[in-house]
Design a binder for this molecule. Structure first.
Ligand SMILES: Nc1nc2c(ncn2[C@@H]2O[C@H](COP(=O)(O)OP(=O)(O)OP(=O)(O)O)[C@@H](O)[C@H]2O)c(=O)[nH]1
Length: 836
């Protein structure tokens, strides 16, 4: 018999002697040459467990619950089929136990010579010493203790036949030929129960045979073995023929079920040595597998794995006890089911612990590296454990239970696989996002390339991880998850693309604003009829630049034509609004008034060469004022609307592309025609009025400046001063004190000049003088800004509403003529003041 696990079974240690009756040992008793070696060779895979005997069926016909444990103690737990069972059958006190102890080194009790009463009650079992044999000592038949009760005899025969490979029939030589003495009744029982037991299987051909080994004791050599053998064979055949067989078995032969073997042993006491020698030779037939007359042939084996023997025997005995039909195949199947379940449960317990160890990690959302390998290991280990123990049982049951076990394993591992897929999915998606953002943080990326690279990278990672974890290729699948991941990555890329497109448009818009800022400032600050031509020219130029930079970048974004159309449309709108914002900045109230004022000043306060004018009393201030004012006021309508002189420069925004609804917030607010108007009509009037007030103030100031020039000190006054101050000068020159002081001052002036301090001193003096002048001017202005009526001036009064400060004017606007009249009043006042 071959078993893949045989090699793992530890060989039993050799023994120096075999136990004799009642547990004694005989060191004098020699094992036949080569026995130890051969038995070790034969049963090397079975550990040499204890030879302690156990009563498997007691006097009350009860089966022991301890057999399984005992078999394990004997070391047969993992022996598989590498064991043999032998039973002995025969009349009471015919030396059965003695024979077994001698043959197998067992420790069965032997009858006490002095009492001559039954020793073996029920059925006992013991492990053969140094060999993988379970030996059954069956209660003797014809026992006076059981009297006419042959029930146990029958049952024990049935039980022995169902379990053992070799049944030793033990009988005295002198019993042969006698009906009772030769145990013919016993033999009849054996054959009868055999029919009931194995008869059913004859229809399909006998599958298991049993060896009946006749051991003829106290052989005197008077009758040769061959004669005894013939007699016994004839008796058996006769009994077989006389049996009432079921019709289907009518023509079956004894040899269909049994092999017969015969041997003799001399008298144990009279020929002690020969007895021992013969026993040793017989023992070799049990232990030396290579011998031709080896007794434990494979064909006799009942094919019950060692770990199931106890259970099998228990079931058999239960059936026998309840007088039920003993159907061995069914029993074997039942046993297989029971044992396969047990083995599977044991294997699954360890498997479940292994699977549970990784469950938490998966539930925590982490990906377990090499989970597939782990799961494969757990599964294979569990199946291997199951195969090792269960494959020896009924093949149908074994395969069926294996499938069940496989399904259980798959269903236990499935949540781990699904969890791993989920975690893998999440991890890949998040890594994809990070990779995308990391790549986009660098300048000069190609969006399409970045997305393709990241997508293929994480698709491959997911695929590899999923494939690795998918250990049930037929039942589990990951392709749907892969599809989902692809979709989600596409969505992420799409969102990212839109964000990046927005960023790009914003950047282009910023650049656009920078580009148009200066040309617009320059054009609007220098008002000219072609002012808008220059603004729109710069706008179009910048817009073309913006469009080409968008299209260049958009190529790498894989944008569709529609998306490009929408983005460009939005860009045009934003560009136009940016231009409008820039214009609004330049056309704000104060800014536009400033522009008008400076335009007016350029023309009114400076001459044609750009030199500031010093108004002389005979200058045509009114004419210049009117001219400059009209020219400036002509700018207001120019500023009020964007309208180029060259119509080709007119800008018309492109129509919105189809399907743009909701795509841009600008769409609803954007009204291009009204955006061309910078000032409304009322605003124009307002600006005009405000400018006029400013211009009037300039006019008044110009007029006043002529008065100031008239008020200058005449040159002859200096001559008068010299004449009148002559005496004082002489006084200084001729007075030593004054002279010394003058000399000191002159020296100080010289030193100052030499030290280069003249400049700072002059500057200081100038500043001081300027400050004094300023103070004086302010005082004078304050004085003149009071209503004339409040001042002690003769002459006629003027209206109290006038003021020199244009910004504080609160009265009605007055036109040029009114200003002229008012200036004349002021002029009169100033003359009066100077006169004073
Ligand atoms: N004449 C003779 N006596 C033997 C032989 N072998 C054993 N005996 C004796 O027969 C007696 C019964 O021996 P057991 O071995 O107890 O016989 P048994 O058949 O096991 O007896 P039970 O278990 O009571 O049925 C003992 O006194 C033995 O010494 C033998 O070969 N020849």
């Amino acid at each position: 018999m071959s078993d893949p696990l045989d090699a793992q079974i530890v060989p039993p240690p050799s023994t120096s002697g075999v136990p004799l009756e009642n547990g004694g040992t005989s060191s004098s008793r020699q094992e036949p040459t080569g026995l130890s070696a051969s038995s070790s060779k034969l049963n090397g895979h079975v550990p040499n467990g204890t030879s302690e005997q156990t009563q498997i069926i007691d006097d009350d016909k009860k089966f022991t619950p301890d057999l399984a444990a005992q078999i394990e103690r004997w070391g047969f737990r993992n022996a598989g089929f590498n064991y043999n069972i032998v039973a002995v059958f025969g009349s009471q006190s015919t030396g059965k136990s003695t024979l077994l102890n001698r043959l197998f080194g067992t420790t069965f009790d032997v009858m006490d010579e002095t009492k001559r009463q039954q020793t073996t009650k029920g059925i006992w079992m013991c492990r053969g010493e140094g060999m993988g044999v379970m030996v059954m000592d069956v209660e003797g038949t014809d026992g006076r203790e059981r009297g006419e009760d042959q029930d146990f005899e029958r049952k024990s025969a049935l039980f022995s036949l169902a379990s053992s490979e070799v049944m030793i029939i033990n009988l005295w030589e002198h019993q042969i030929g006698l009906y009772q003495g030769a145990n013919l009744g016993l033999l009849k029982t054996v054959l009868e129960v055999n029919l009931g037991l194995f008869g059913k299987r004859v229809q399909g051909g006998p599958q298991s045979r049993t060896l009946l080994l006749f051991v003829i004791r106290d052989h005197t050599h008077v009758t040769p073995l061959s004669n005894l053998q013939n007699t016994l064979t004839a008796d058996l055949t006769r009994i077989w023929d006389s049996l009432l067989k079921p019709p289907a078995l009518e023509h079956t032969q004894l040899s269909d079920y049994f092999d017969l073997s015969f041997t003799t042993l001399p008298h144990k006491i009279l020929e002690a040595q020969r007895f021992e020698d013969e026993v040793a030779l017989l023992r070799e037939r049990f232990t030396m597998k290579g011998r031709e007359d080896y007794l434990f042939k494979d064909v006799y084996h009942k094919r019950i794995p060692a770990d199931g023997v106890a259970l099998y025997m228990e079931h058999i005995w239960e059936q026998v006890q309840t007088n039920k039909d003993l159907d061995l195949p069914t029993q074997q199947e039942l046993l297989a089911q029971f044992r396969c379940d047990e083995i599977s449960t044991t294997a699954l317990t360890e498997f479940n612990q292994q699977a549970k160890s990784q469950k938490r990690t998966i539930e925590a959302g982490r990906v377990i590296e090499g989970l597939g390998g782990l799961m494969r290991d757990w599964r294979d280990q569990a199946l291997a454990r199951y195969d090792r123990d269960a494959s020896r049982y009924h093949q149908g049951v074994y395969s069926r239970k294996r499938l069940d076990m496989h399904a259980t394993i798959a269903s236990t591992l499935s949540p781990l696989f699904l969890g791993q897929l989920k975690n893998l999915h999440k991890a890949c998606l998040s890594a994809f996002k990070s990779a995308l953002h990391a790549a986009l943080d660098h300048d000069g990326y190609n969006f399409a390339e970045v997305v393709d690279k990241a997508r293929s990278n994480y698709e491959t990672k997911f695929q590899e991880g999923a494939k690795e974890a998918c250990i049930e290729e037929k039942e589990w699948s990951w392709e749907d998850d892969m599809g989902l991941l692809r979709e989600e990555m596409a969505n992420v890329a799409d969102i990212c693309r839109k964000d990046e497109t927005k960023k790009m448009v914003n950047l282009i818009e910023r650049n656009f604003k920078k580009q148009i800022s200066e040309p617009v400032d320059v054009a609007l600050n220098k008002a000219a009829p072609d002012m808008w031509d220059r603004v729109l020219g710069a706008f179009k130029q910048s817009l073309d630049n913006a469009k080409s930079s968008y299209l260049n970048k958009a190529k790498t974004f894989n944008c569709t034509e529609d998306e490009n159309a929408i983005a460009l449309w939005s860009l045009y709108q934003r560009a136009w609004l940016a231009l409008r914002a820039k214009i609004d900045e330049q056309a704000a109230d104060n800014a536009i008034l400033g522009k008008l004022r400076s335009h007016f000043e350029e023309r009114f306060r400076y001459d044609d060469q750009g030199v500031p004018r010093v108004w002389q009393p005979d200058d045509d201030i009114d004419g210049e004022f009117r001219k400059a004012k009209e020219q400036t006021l002509a700018l207001v309508p120019l500023y009020s609307k964007i309208s180029p002189v060259d119509l080709s420069l007119e800008y018309t925004p492109p129509p919105p592309p189809p399907n743009t609804t909701g795509s841009s917030a600008l769409e609803e607010d954007f009204d291009f025609p009204s955006s061309l108007i910078i000032f409304s009509e009322s605003k124009c009037l307002d600006i005009t009025a405000r400018f006029r007030r400013d211009a009037d103030a300039y006019y008044v100031e110009a007029k006043r400046s002529t008065v100031s020039s008239i008020a200058q000190v005449p040159y002859w006054m200096y001559g008068v001063m010299v004449v009148l101050g002559w005496n004082e000068a002489m006084l200084v020159l001729f007075n030593p004190l004054y002279f010394m002081m003058s000399l000191l001052m002159a020296t100080a002036a010289y030193v100052t000049a030499k030290l280069g301090l003249t400049g700072p001193l002059l500057q200081l003096s100038k500043t001081m003088a300027g400050e004094i002048q300023q103070q004086a001017t302010n005082r004078l202005r304050e004085h003149f800004s009071q209503p004339v009526l409040e001042r002690p001036i003769h002459g006629q009064s003027i209206r109290a509403t006038t003021s020199t400060n244009p910004t504080t004017t609160t009265g009605d606007y007055f036109d040029t003529d009114a200003a002229k009249g008012r200036a004349q009043h002021v002029e009169g006042e100033n003359s009066a003041f100077v006169g004073q």
